[in-house]
Design a protein around this ligand. Structure first.
Ligand code: R5P
Length: 294
């Protein structure tokens, strides 16, 4: 037992120091509970309020995509450069070392393969398993305008309700169906619906025209997917444009793991996201890492 005698003269109340009351750095999320904010801080770097999410969940509806055939060989060495990993529970349990202590964003919807109507998804993870896996967020696909639009929105709202109960954020992923036009008007609609119905943050796509109107009108953080593989310089330019127009980070897969030099690429993306490095400089940095300094 601590001795209550003799300690009373040694209290220090620091009357000259105002109590700290730091605002939470993520847009629209200041009212969340401590557990939610703690998990979000495993996704978004608290120093910058931004994130580099490494997305490797493609196998939840696709064949083993190029670069993801052996996640233990190609992805595990990249984990040290990611703020967060986005993956399925199958890959998490089988392949990701439990010593990885940064955030995991768990793919939590699924069902149809690429051979079927993709919007016909269900919630694919029980909230108790998400808790058991100690994940930092759950990701759900939302198909605005899709054949099963309402069902996919309800998947999201049910996950939000479950996540709120246990303090687990939900990432709403705006999935653009084959017949949809991927433009700012559509993505404003999709991101806003996700945010209004409770998603903690949103993943969407970068568009050249009007991306800043998407981030401006979405009351929670927006991150961009990388999309299909493009030349490294172009991918860095896209990430830069998105960040400068209000994105809080990237959720990038193929443009990292299908790069000729994935470790160099993810480090260059980090420079763009966390240090506002211009794309030309980031591309030089990528090349230096790839080929070695001259
Ligand atoms: C899409 O199926 C997955 O949710 C991916 O996580 C997402 O598309 C990001 O990966 P990529 O940068 O390859 O588009």
């Amino acid at each position: 037992m601590p001795d209550a005698e003799g300690t009373q003269d040694h209290h220090r109340y620091y009357f000259d120091i105002a109590p700290s009351n730091e605002p939470f750095p993520l847009r629209g999320l200041n009212a969340l509970d401590w557990g939610m904010k703690n998990r979000l801080s495993n996704i978004f770097n608290p120093a910058t309020g931004r994130t580099v999410m490494l997305a490797v969940d493609h196998g939840y509806f696709l064949e083993p995509t190029t670069g993801l055939e052996r996640i233990d060989v190609t992805i595990v060495p990249l984990l040290r450069y990611a703020d967060t990993l986005m993956c399925t529970r199958g890959i998490l349990r089988t392949t990701i070392p439990p010593s990885f202590t940064r955030g995991v964003v768990l793919r939590a919807s699924g069902g149809p393969s690429i051979l079927q109507e993709l919007s016909n998804e269900e919630i694919a993870v029980d909230i108790e398993d998400a808790v058991r896996l100690n994940v930092s967020a759950m990701a759900v696909q939302v198909y605005i305008g899709g054949e099963f639009e309402t069902k996919s929105v309800h998947n999201m709202t049910r996950l939000v309700d479950a996540g709120n109960k246990y303090g687990i954020p939900v990432l709403g992923v705006t999935a653009v169906g084959k017949n949809m036009v991927r433009d700012a008007k559509y993505l404003r609609l999709a991101t806003r619906i996700c945010a209004e119905l409770g998603a903690t943050y949103i993943k969407t796509y970068f568009v050249d025209e009007g991306f800043e109107t998407i981030t401006a009108s979405c009351p929670v953080p927006v991150v961009i997917a990388g999309g299909k593989k493009i030349p490294e310089h172009d991918a860095l330019q896209m990430a830069y444009n998105a960040i400068q127009q209000g994105a809080a980070g990237v959720d990038m897969g193929r443009n990292i793991f299908q790069s000729e030099a994935p470790a160099a690429m993810i480090q260059a993306v980090r420079k763009v996201v966390h240090e506002d490095m211009k794309p030309e400089e980031a591309f030089e940095y990528y090349q230096e890492l790839k080929y070695g300094s001259p």
